[in-house]
Design a binder for this molecule. Structure first.
Ligand SMILES: O=C(O)CCC(=O)C(=O)O
Length: 306
């Protein structure tokens, strides 16, 4: 069986790793170098420029209803990794990948990315929610790494996270009458959660946030005069798999499932408390048929022959 190894390029301190595991999140002030920050900001600016040519949202760019060419208001760039080499490098090899490897061991598995803009002058709140219900996996290792591309203060709708909530209850994100998916924790459940303990993660541009998929988190509207771009990328342990057919799994882009860092892909898969050596990943090709695989005498000299 494959085992994860330590990330050779350790970026986080042992205290930061411990804080992530105990509290479910960690904030690393100004962690990204100036050179990387400029590359990410420049890439982001290209999409703001592109949005000026659009009148309506498309699969890539989600626009606020008040968006115009003269006064662009982006809500989200979907899958930045798929759309710009700087984002791809940052997420799959660069500083974000290194932090994921520190927390998950090597290799780790990339799941998806997004760039939430939260525009100035009222950019939307994100209601209290947990991520794992949106894209369930076979375990609770998935985590999301965020990078603030601008300085973020309390007025700009920073990420708010309830410490320790990552190991607590998993809440229902359907409406009170169970009819529709609202993606937010029911108001009737909120009194059970110690929202007063939420920590709001502010920091200078280049600060990094990490939160586990079980954390209760959300953010207030951005009522400041400054936009709050937050680049988010999600990873899991190498032997954690998204449950296809549930939530956003399967709608996460071509790079989803890619292993980062070094090492062999996992064979071991645990589902329902039972572990098996599962077949290789054939999602990118290589699968033939059971006949082909079983009839190769080199691979299987003992199979039944008449
Ligand atoms: O952009 C934010 O403030 C939070 C984003 C978030 O929680 C999410 O996209 O799941």
């Amino acid at each position: 069986m494959t085992a994860t190894t330590k990330n050779e390029l350790q970026v986080l301190t042992p205290e930061q790793v411990q804080s992530y595991h105990e509290r479910g999140y960690v904030l690393i002030d100004g962690a990204v170098s100036d050179a990387w920050l400029r590359r990410l900001q420049t890439a982001s600016d290209e999409f703001v420029a592109e949005s000026r040519t659009l009148k309506a949202s498309n699969k890539k760019l989600d626009l606020d209803p008040a968006h115009t060419a003269d006064d662009p208001r982006l809500r989200r760039l979907t899958s930045p990794v798929e759309h710009h080499p700087s984002f791809a490098e940052f997420t799959l090899q660069g500083p974000a990948a290194q932090i994921a490897l520190d927390l998950l061991g090597s290799p780790a598995r990339y799941h998806h990315s997004k760039l939430n803009y939260k525009w100035s002058g009222g950019g939307e709140a994100v209601e209290w929610h947990q991520d794992i219900q949106y894209w369930p996996h076979t375990d609770f290792t998935p985590l999301t790494i965020g990078v603030y591309l601008n300085d973020v203060d309390d007025k700009m709708g920073p990420m708010g996270i309830v410490p320790g909530s990552h190991t607590g209850e998993l809440y229902n994100l359907y409406a009170d009458d169970d009819s529709t998916w609202t993606g937010s924790i029911r108001t009737t459940d909120l009194p059970q959660i110690n929202l007063d303990s939420a920590e709001y993660l502010t920091g200078p541009a280049g600060s990094i946030t990490v939160h586990n998929c079980g954390c209760v988190h959300g953010s207030t509207p951005n009522n400041s005069g400054r936009v709050r771009p937050l680049l988010l990328q999600t990873y899991s342990a190498h032997d954690s798999y998204p449950l296809l057919g549930v939530g956003a799994n399967g709608a996460t882009g071509r790079a989803s499932g890619m292993l980062i860092g070094g090492g062999d892909p996992a064979r071991s898969l645990t589902v329902g408390g039972r572990t098996m050596p599962a077949a290789p990943d054939w999602s990118r090709g290589g699968y033939t048929t059971i006949f082909d695989v079983q009839q190769d005498p080199k691979e299987n000299p003992t199979h039944l022959r008449t």
